[in-house]
Design a protein around this ligand. Structure first.
Ligand code: NAD
Length: 505
C-alpha cells in the first residue's frame, strides 16, 4: 500500500477562505441568528488525518432545541407558509448557485472535518448543488389529484373530491458524520421544497459543513426560523429532537442501534419517523464476470470512503471458478491504493473518523483473525497521529463469523466462496443478513443478473457496478436498514402529507 501519510495540517496547503472559515466563531443558527448555546458549551472538532484541532464549535442541548423548534414553528405558521412553490423553488436554486460558487471552500472543509479524499468531497459538493436544483424543480410540481367522490354523497348530491399535498410541518433532521454535507442536504433540500421548516443536528464528529450551509441559506434569503442548525451530542440535542412534542417528523440517518432509540423517543407525539440505517451489503460475483471490471468494482465497493459508507459491499461472494484469480487481482489492486491526507489530490484512502472508531475497526480485524479467517492483506494502523487503517481483505470467511455479520464501517472486506449456480441458493446466501440496504451482482449474463437482482432483498442493487446512487434515484433500506426512501420523488413525498377533500355541491 502506498503510504503518503505526511498528514499534519502544517504540511498541507489550504486556501485563505478555508483558514478564515475555520477561525471564525461557530455558533448555533436559531431563528436566523447565530447564537451561543444556552449553557455556553463548546466542543473541539479535529482533522482525523492528523488529530489536530481545526475549530471550536458551540453545541446545544434540550433548551436550544426548544428554542429552535419554537422558531421553526413560528416560521412554519408565518411567512414561509405564504410562499408559493415557485418562490420556494427560486430560493432553493439560489442556494444551489451559492454552493457552486463556494465549492472549493465546502470541499476543503469537508475534507478537513471528515477526512475523505478531495475528489470524493468535490463530487459530493457538486451533488448537493444538484439536489437543491432537483428538489426546487420538484417543488414546482407538487400537485394533488381529483378523484370520484364517495357514493353516500353522490347518491343525493353532486360532489367534488380532490387531494392536497401539504408540508408535514417542523422536521427534525439528524445527520451522521460519514458524508456530512450530502446526508444533510438529502434531508434539507426536500424538506424546504415541501414547505417544511427544519431543526437540523449535524454529527458531533463533523459539525462544520452544515454551518457553512446554514450561512449560505441565510445569504440566499431563506427567512428567519426556516432553517435552524444546532450542533450537539446525540444523547442531548439528538434525543431532544426525537422526543420533542412539537416536532412533526424526524428524519434520521445513522446506525441501526440509534435508529431504535429514535423510534422509541418518537412515540410521545407519534411523530413521523424516517430512518436511513446501517448495512452489510452483498456483492455476488458469478463465474462469467468481467474480471477487470470486477477487480476495481469489488475493491471500491468495500474501500470507498475507507469503508465508512452505509452501502459498502463488505460481504463478497465469489464463485469457485474464478475465486483464486479474482482474489489475487483484488489484493494487488488494493495494495496500490494511495493512503494519505484527503487534501493531497493523489489520495484514495483517507483516515477513519476518530480514535474511538479506529479502535473499533482494529478490534474487528483482531476478531476476524481469531475467528479463523485468512488475512490476505492490510490489518494495521499506520504510524502517526492520524487514524489511517490499511484496507484489509479477509478470505475463507463463513456466514457465522462476526466480521461477516456485523457492520464494521471500516476498510474491511470479507470474502466467501460458493460453488452453486442455483440462483435461489445464491440469493439465500446474499440475503443472510439483518440488513437490506444495497448490493451488487457481477455477471455478463443479463438474464442471470436480473433474475438474481429480483431475489436480493435490498433497497438499492446494481449490476456490474456498486452503489450507483443519484439525486433522482430512490435510496433506502429493507429490513433493519431503515424506513422510507431518500433521493428522487420519494425523498420529497417523505415531507408531504396528503389531505383528501370532498365538497358536497
Ligand atoms: P450514529 O447513529 O452514532 O449517529 C448518527 C447521528 O445520530 C449523529 O448526529 C448522532 O449525534 C445522533 N445520535 C446519536 N445518538 C442519538 C440519540 N440517542 N438520539 C438522537 N440522535 C442521536 O451513527 P454515525 O456513527 O454517525 O453514522 C454511521 C452509521 O450511519 C452507520 O451505521 C451507517 O451505515 C449509517 N448510515 C446510513 C446511511 C443510509 O443512507 N442508510 C447513510 C450514512 C450513514
Amino acid at each position: 500500500m502506498q503510504n503518503m501519510n505526511n498528514s499534519s495540517i502544517k504540511n498541507i496547503t489550504i486556501s485563505t477562505a478555508t483558514k478564515q472559515f475555520l477561525t471564525q466563531p461557530h455558533k448555533l443558527l436559531i431563528n436566523g441568528v447565530w447564537v451561543d448555546g444556552v449553557e455556553g458549551k463548546t466542543i473541539e472538532t479535529r482533522d482525523p488525518a492528523s488529530n489536530e484541532v481545526i475549530a471550536r464549535v458551540a453545541i446545544g442541548g434540550s433548551k436550544d432545541i426548544d428554542n429552535a423548534v419554537i422558531a421553526a414553528r413560528k416560521a412554519f405558521e408565518g411567512p414561509w407558509s405564504k410562499l408559493t412553490n415557485f418562490e420556494r423553488a427560486k430560493l432553493l436554486s439560489r442556494i444551489a448557485r451559492l454552493i457552486e460558487s463556494n465549492t472549493d471552500l465546502l470541499t476543503e472543509i469537508e475534507v478537513l472535518d471528515n477526512g475523505m479524499p478531495t475528489n470524493i468531497a468535490r463530487l459530493t459538493i457538486q451533488n448537493i448543488a444538484e439536489m437543491f436544483d432537483y428538489y426546487g424543480a420538484a417543488a414546482q410540481r407538487i400537485e394533488g389529484t381529483t378523484t370520484t367522490p364517495p357514493r353516500h354523497i353522490t347518491d343525493h348530491a353532486e360532489a367534488l373530491t380532490y387531494t392536497l399535498r401539504e408540508p408535514i410541518g417542523v422536521a427534525g433532521l439528524i445527520v451522521p458524520w460519514n458524508v456530512p454535507a450530502s446526508t444533510a442536504v438529502l434531508k434539507l433540500a426536500p424538506a424546504l421544497a415541501a414547505g417544511c421548516t427544519v431543526v437540523m443536528k449535524p454529527s458531533e464528529e463533523t459539525p462544520l459543513s452544515a454551518l457553512l450551509l446554514g450561512q449560505l441559506c441565510l445569504e440566499a434569503g431563506i427567512p428567519a426560523g426556516v432553517v435552524n442548525i444546532v450542533n450537539g451530542y446525540g444523547s442531548e440535542a439528538g434525543s431532544a429532537i426525537s422526543e420533542h412534542a412539537d416536532v412533526d417528523k424526524v428524519s434520521f440517518t445513522g446506525s441501526t442501534q440509534t435508529g431504535r432509540k429514535i423510534i422509541c423517543a418518537a412515540t410521545g407525539n407519534l411523530k413521523k419517523v424516517a430512518l436511513e440505517l446501517g448495512g452489510k451489503s452483498p456483492v455476488v460475483v458469478m463465474p462469467d464476470a468481467d474480471l477487470d471490471l470486477a477487480t476495481v468494482g469489488i475493491a471500491m465497493a468495500t474501500f470507498f470512503l475507507q469503508g465508512q459508507n452505509c452501502m459498502a459491499g463488505t460481504r463478497i461472494f465469489i464463485h469457485d471458478a474464478i475465486h483464486d484469480e479474482l482474489v489475487q487481482r483484488v489484493k494487488l489492486f488494493t495494495e496500490q491504493l494511495v493512503i494519505g491526507h484527503g487534501i493531497n489530490p493523489a489520495t484514495m484512502i483517507g483516515p477513519l473518523i476518530s480514535e474511538k472508531h479506529c479502535e473499533k475497526v482494529l478490534k474487528y480485524i483482531e476478531i476476524g483473525v481469531n475467528e479463523g479467517a485468512t488475512m490476505l492483506t492490510g490489518g494495521k494502523k499506520l504510524e502517526g497521529d492520524g487514524y489511517f487503517v490499511q484496507p484489509t481483505i479477509f478470505t475463507d470467511c463463513t456466514a457465522q463469523m462476526r466480521i461477516v455479520k456485523e457492520e464494521i464501517f471500516g476498510p474491511v472486506m470479507t470474502v466467501q466462496r460458493f460453488s452453486s449456480l442455483d440462483l435461489d441458493e445464491i440469493a439465500r446466501m446474499a440475503n443472510d443478513t439483518i440488513y437490506g440496504l444495497s448490493g451488487s451482482v457481477w455477471t455478463q449474463n443479463l438474464s442471470i443478473a436480473h433474475s438474481l437482482v429480483a431475489r436480493i432483498r435490498a433497497g438499492h442493487v446494481s449490476i456490474n457496478c456498486h452503489g450507483a446512487v443519484g439525486t433522482n434515484i430512490p435510496f433506502g433500506g429493507y429490513a433493519q436498514s431503515g424506513w422510507g426512501r431518500e433521493f428522487g420523488q420519494e425523498g420529497l413525498d417523505a415531507y408531504l402529507e396528503t389531505k383528501a377533500v370532498t365538497a358536497q355541491l
